[in-house]
Design a protein around this ligand. Structure first.
Ligand code: G6P
Length: 593
């Protein structure tokens, strides 16, 4: 993944670069570095760990008259997270930062070693730097960059500095990078939030574009010729980094769910807007996404099939890319993504386009690749999420899918008279009630946090909720957990049940209540300790630890259950002393395959 920023202008270069890196930390946070230059001397400063570790070093080691620089925050792909592998990488005259994966780096490296190059890191990025340095020995910069890109297989976004040259160079393929346009200053960045403090004007780069930036100009070349590209305006508000008094961004973002939900629900109370969510023309939907977004898709699948009579397939984008696709004229591919930059989801969208299939994106980031390229887009408008584990954005994805089901079923005349929009309008207040019971989640977390493993079980839509509950717990607390279809457990996995192992059983569908509870009892007969998550009207369970949420319609019920599971995960992670907002090994936006 990794985040890239570059700056040339009159501001204090290290301030702009560090501010940008903080905004980009969601893309990776295992090491960071900057390269700055005053036109004569170049300095590279790197550190392992978060950007604040880098900031400490930069403060001590500042090149105060620097006029341009590049910086990077890393999520390790090639080579472990150590100081040598941290970017920028310098080889000969070339210093660069890289996001992406160069798939043929080993082969290229072999030849470069034969040619006399020595490498100090395990990264593919250093190979690209060496290739460019080699090319520069025989030709000019633009031609050299072109020669290098012809040799590279894989994905990249590069920010480049060259000794003796006061320009910054930028290019990309399948990894995001944009050019920010200021007054007497210019930027490059993985996304607009990194530079929105300074400018909202930007240019998008296409494959084979090479941007040359200095203080006064940005020139884009394509196939050796200067080209003009449109300047776009972002209405991003930037990242609100404050926690509003909460201990963690994750908790703050969970607590924002009622407000962001009510905004969305108010918008679609308008019949004209709601009509845009109607999918009654389609016979089959493929929902393609990753992680929590895919689990939101699973909730959508249950709703669409049950209430709108539309067949739905849900695929992880990484699998969908390489599977045979079977479509009919009335198929729609729905991409769900908070960031709109997930590499696999973008690739899936482009595959669908190549096959001539219509796409619809449910996206949170309005400036993202998916928001720009999908045929139709629905913005969730959850605001920026800072905690790596998604909470409010997931809830809004579910809400959009639920609203889609509702209006599609309504237009197909599949709803009964008492199924109206009021269940959505009442939802935010009910959700506030759910979030008000923090002590209940804490007390169940107390019973879970010392365990090594647990299960989430449920049937139908409840299984979809188990998937998200279990993922959230794993992500933030590192407690191993598995989500299982309640009825499937006995076909092998029940062998893992041990004395006192927690089994969390979700029961929101009254038609499946008795079946699920029988499956829970099967685990209890083998020593498990059942915990029930259910609704007020279904609760007649004696002798269990329970989480009870208000009863609402099946269109909205999941949006009361999952927030309770999010809070439970939060408190388990808190008691286990985890780094809740930035769990180990993760990144918020996964821009590599
Ligand atoms: C990463 C995040 C997950 C997220 C997934 C999909 O793995 O850690 O929380 O669900 O990416 O991200 P997207 O931005 O496409 O929703």
């Amino acid at each position: 993944m990794c985040g890239i920023i570059g700056y040339v202008g009159n501001r204090k270069t290290t301030d702009v670069l560090l501010n940008g890196l903080y905004a980009l930390e969601y893309r990776g946070y295992d090491s960071a570095g900057v390269a700055i230059s005053n036109g004569k001397v170049e300095k590279i400063i790197k550190s392992v760990g978060r950007v604040n570790e880098l900031e400490k070093k930069v403060d001590k080691d500042n090149l105060s008259d620097s006029i341009f620089g590049i910086a990077h925050t890393r999520w390790a792909t090639n080579g472990e997270a150590n100081i040598n592998n941290a970017h920028p990488h310098k080889v000969g005259k070339v210093t660069l930062v890289h996001n992406g994966i160069i798939e043929n780096a080993d082969l290229l490296k072999e030849q470069l070693i034969k040619d006399g190059y020595k490498f100090t890191s395990d990264t593919d990025s250093e190979v690209a730097a060496a290739l460019l340095d080699q090319a520069l020995q025989t030709t000019d910069v633009l031609e050299s960059i072109e020669r290098v890109t012809e040799k590279l297989k894989g994905s990249y976004a590069f920010g480049i500095m060259i000794e003796g040259d006061n320009n910054l160079y930028a290019l990309r393929k399948d990894s995001p990078l944009l050019i920010g346009i200021g007054d007497n200053e210019n930027f490059l960045a993985s996304d607009i939030t990194a530079i929105i403090k300074y400018t909202n004007k930007y240019i998008l780069l296409d494959v084979k574009d090479i941007a040359v930036l200095n203080k006064n100009s940005v020139v884009i070349y394509h196939d050796g010729k200067e080209i003009q590209k449109p300047v776009q305006l972002s209405d991003s508000k930037g990242v609100d980094n404050t926690k509003n008094g909460y201990a963690h961004h994750m908790l703050k973002e969970i607590m924002e769910e009622p407000i962001v939900l009510s905004r969305l629900i108010e918008k679609y109370a308008n019949a004209e807007d709601l009509a845009k969510l109607d999918l009654h023309d389609y016979e089959e939907l493929d929902i393609v996404a990753c992680g929590s977004a895919m689990y939101a898709g699973l909730v959508g699948q249950n709703l669409f099939e049950e209430y709108a009579n539309i067949k739905v397939n849900v695929y992880p984008a990484s699998e969908y890319r390489y599977k045979k696709k079977i479509y009919n004229q009335k198929s729609l591919v729905i991409l769900i993504s908070q960031s709109g930059e997930t590499a696999d989801t973008i690739a899936a969208m482009r595959e669908a386009h190549e096959l001539g299939i219509e796409t619809l994106g449910i996206v949170n980031n309005p400036d993202s690749t998916i928001a720009r390229e999908c045929d139709r887009k629905i913005l969730t408008n959850a605001g920026v999420e800072i905690a790596v584990a998604t909470t409010k954005a997931y809830i809004l994805q579910v809400c959009v899918l639920s609203l889609m089901t509702y209006i599609t079923a309504k237009n197909k005349k599949l709803l009964s008279d008492n199924q109206d929009y009021s269940c959505f309008e009442k939802l935010p207040a009910l959700l506030k009630e759910v979030l008000d019971h923090e002590e209940e989640y804490e007390s169940i977390a107390e019973k879970l946090y010392k365990k090594e493993s647990c299960f989430y079980i449920g049937r139908g839509i409840d299984y979809a909720l188990c998937m998200e509950g279990s993922l959230k717990l794993k992500e933030v607390s590192y407690l191993h957990s598995e989500a299982y279809q309640a009825g499937e457990l006995k076909h092998g996995t029940i062998s893992l049940i041990e004395e006192d192992m927690p089994v969390l059983c979700i029961i929101s569908d009254k038609n499946l209540k008795d079946k699920s509870i029988s499956n829970l009892k099967e685990t209890e007969a083998r020593g498990a300790r059942g915990i029930i998550i259910t609704t007020k009207d279904l609760d007649d369970f004696e002798g269990y630890d329970k989480i009870i949420v208000p009863t609402t319609s099946m269109f909205t019920q999941s949006m009361l259950i999952v927030p309770a599971l999010q809070l439970l995960s939060y408190y388990v992670a808190l008691k286990r002393g985890c780094d809740i907002d930035k769990p180990r090994n993760l990144a918020k936006s996964v821009t590599v395959e």
